[in-house]
Design a protein around this ligand. Structure first.
Ligand code: G6P
Length: 610
């Protein structure tokens, strides 16, 4: 969602902060700002719009400061504006804070502060926290203590960084429900909500836990809980390199990430497939092996694209393992008082590992004594740490707001889990070997699909006139229809709906006329013939059919105006291939329409608020 970066050390703080903001901009981007202490004074610059606007504001000014905090925002309280942008200052103008998350009791805190004569200039909950810290500072004359006391009054979530000209050689940061990572350099520290802003300077990091705060001086740091108990943190090594968060010659991160998929898919199964035994080795599940043997039901939860991956997971696990599976939006699960029985296992899927609803669903499931597993991309993220066990997808940093490579890696990991659980139950060795072999083939098959990018670009050009799209698929490819439609909506703002193909006749068929493009996901599987009947239904109403089909399927050309072929694989693995043309189609449509692919309007990469 929003991005935070703070720096204290020997370098020019403004340069480090701007660089950090640019790396974090994918998380939220309606305004940006920074505070530094320059010649003993706290100075703040903030601007509505992208980081580039802030850069313009700072042009032609020179700063020497080596300490500062900065923020890129995705509005929750208060519309995007210069005033509502972070940082926010207290009434003395000497304490500045940046904040991710939501202060739920900001209204009552604000009333309390107003009654004591404090004033506010913005509509944000963050300013209330800044003023509250100022209020406690007047009493304690100790910044760390003021921050700690203020945070203990706060309900809600926060990742914050605080800077003050009262104590200029210090940054204080804290978290509850919103990530905060401290990069440890040589006589310098960089604190950020995302490792992407840190790794250029250091690989050594500590991850703050919920209700934990850190005080960074130039040479040292200390951590404690908001209840004032000293804590010890293990230093972790972040293992991705800078090239992974740069565009590497591609026009957009999204395109780069689509093209990375042969590699990211390989990374997801590397070291985990025992082809000759027809098994999967998943070390992350060993701590819960007994539970997995006894499991009676699996509940998969997640949001957005991760929820779509969960739907494919339902088909995979039910078909291969005979275990009943339910898939539920995390936002519903958390508030629905879900029934969790003794032998139920909950699997939370999240690229970022920070989505607020998914994290809350994990906590709800734990509260009800469920065993909770994570399928997560970001190592060390909140969901990874909250779950009892899990499997990292190893897709590397995903920067494009529309998720692509994380989805295919989630599907690979779900296939591995299904294989793993299946072999613990009734799945035969022969079937296991077939599946393992087919998984190994996926990277080269994805490469073949990527070779068709130009053809898909032409289709996008041809259909970019349309304001509506329908995506239809069945079985394993019904969730792919949903995902294809979501990609298109997210980045090109074209209205698109995904449906199970057969469900079309119960409503959406009314929309079909000669202007309506319908994308059919129709690989050669057990229900291929049924899908062909559905295509005929569309054709007879003059709908324009684009089909994603299996190589060498000549028959489909009779029914579809455009066909994009994908290589043949097992039906259970088809989503990993069929989704790729749909990612490219959405991408090229958005480019064709001049949309900002990597930073679509109103969206955020990681939604850390409800
Ligand atoms: C946001 C992103 C989506 C993503 C969803 C879940 O809405 O824009 O692309 O699928 O969050 O994110 P997660 O990190 O939990 O997978």
């Amino acid at each position: 969602m929003c991005g935070i970066v703070g720096y204290i050390g020997k370098r020019n703080a403004v340069k480090v902060l701007i660089n950090g903001l640019q790396r974090l901009e994918y998380r939220g981007y309606d305004s940006a700002g920074l505070s530094i202490v320059e010649n003993g004074e706290l100075v703040t610059f903030k601007k509505k719009g992208k980081v580039a606007e802030l850069v313009k504001l700072l042009e032609d000014r020179n700063f020497d400061s080596t300490v500062g905090i900065a923020h890129t925002r995705w509005a929750t309280h208060g519309e995007p504006s210069d005033i509502n942008a972070h940082p926010h200052t207290d009434n003395s103008g000497k304490i500045s804070i940046v904040h991710n998350g939501i202060i739920e009791n900001y209204h009552s805190l604000k009333q309390m502060l107003i009654s004591k004569g404090y004033t506010f200039v913005s509509e944000t909950d963050t300013e209330v926290l800044a003023v509250l810290i100022g209020y406690f500072y007047e009493k304690t004359k100790d910044l760390e203590e003021a921050v700690r006391t203020a945070l203990s009054e706060v309900q809600g979530t926060f990742g914050i960084a605080v800077l003050s000209s009262y104590e200029p050689d210090k940054i204080i940061a804290a978290r509850r429900g919103s990530p905060m990572i401290v990069g440890i350099g040589e006589n310098e520290f960089i604190v950020a909500s995302d490792a992407a802003a840190i790794i250029q300077y250091t690989r050594q990091v500590i991850y703050l836990s919920d209700n934990e705060m850190v005080t960074l001086n130039r040479e040292s740091y200390n951590t404690k809980t908001i209840d004032n108990v000293v804590t010890n943190n293990i230093i972790h090594l972040v293992d991705f390199d800078l090239s992974k968060i740069e565009k590497g010659g591609f026009e957009h991160f999204m395109l780069k990430e689509i093209f990375e998929q042969p590699q990211t898919i390989r990374d997801s199964f590397r070291g985990r497939l025992l082809v000759e035994e027809g098994e999967a080795r998943l070390g992350g599940l060993l701590p819960v092996l007994d539970k997995l043997r006894e499991v009676d039901r699996i509940i998969i939860t997640g949001c957005g694209t991760s929820w779509h991956a969960g739907l494919v997971g339902e088909y995979l696990i039910e078909n291969l393992c005979g275990i009943p599976v339910e898939v539920e939006y995390a936002s519903e699960f958390r508030y629905r008082n879900p029934i969790i029985r003794k032998n139920d296992i909950v699997i939370a899927i999240s690229q970022s590992g920070e989505t607020a609803d998914t994290l809350a669903a994990v906590q709800e499931a734990k509260q009800k004594n469920a065993t909770v597993l994570g399928i997560v991309n970001v190592v060390g993220s909140s969901i990874a740490r909250e779950t009892n066990a899990g499997v990292y997808i190893h897709a590397g940093p995903e920067i494009g707001v529309a998720s692509t490579k994380a989805f295919t890696s989630q599907l690979v990991v779900l296939s591995l889990i299904a294989l793993f659980l299946g072999r613990m139950r009734n799945l035969s060795k022969i079937e296991g070997i077939q599946i393992a072999r087919a998984i190994k083939e996926l990277p080269s098959q994805v490469e073949k699909i990527l070779d068709k990018a130009e053809q898909i670009r032409e289709i996008a050009r041809e259909f970019s006139y349309s304001r509506n799209f329908l995506y239809l698929g069945r079985g394993y490819n019904f969730p792919v229809a949903l995902e294809g439609a979501l990609k298109l909506k997210e980045i090109s703002y074209i209205h698109a709906e995904g449906y199970p193909s057969a469900e079309m006749k119960h409503g959406p068929i009314a929309l079909i006329d000669e202007n309506m493009p319908v994308v059919f996901i129709a690989p050669k599987d057990e229900i291929y013939d049924k899908v062909i009947s559905n295509i005929e239904e569309v054709r007879s109403r003059k709908g324009r059919v684009i089909a994603v089909a299996t190589e060498n399927d000549e028959r489909i050309t009779k029914f579809a105006e455009r066909v994009i072929y994908v290589p043949d694989t097992l039906p259970m693995l088809t989503p990993i291939l069929t989704v790729i043309p749909l990612q490219l189609l959405a991408y090229y449509m958005a480019v064709e329409l001049g949309c900002n692919v990597d930073q679509p309007r109103n969206l955020a990469k990681s939604v850390t608020v409800e």
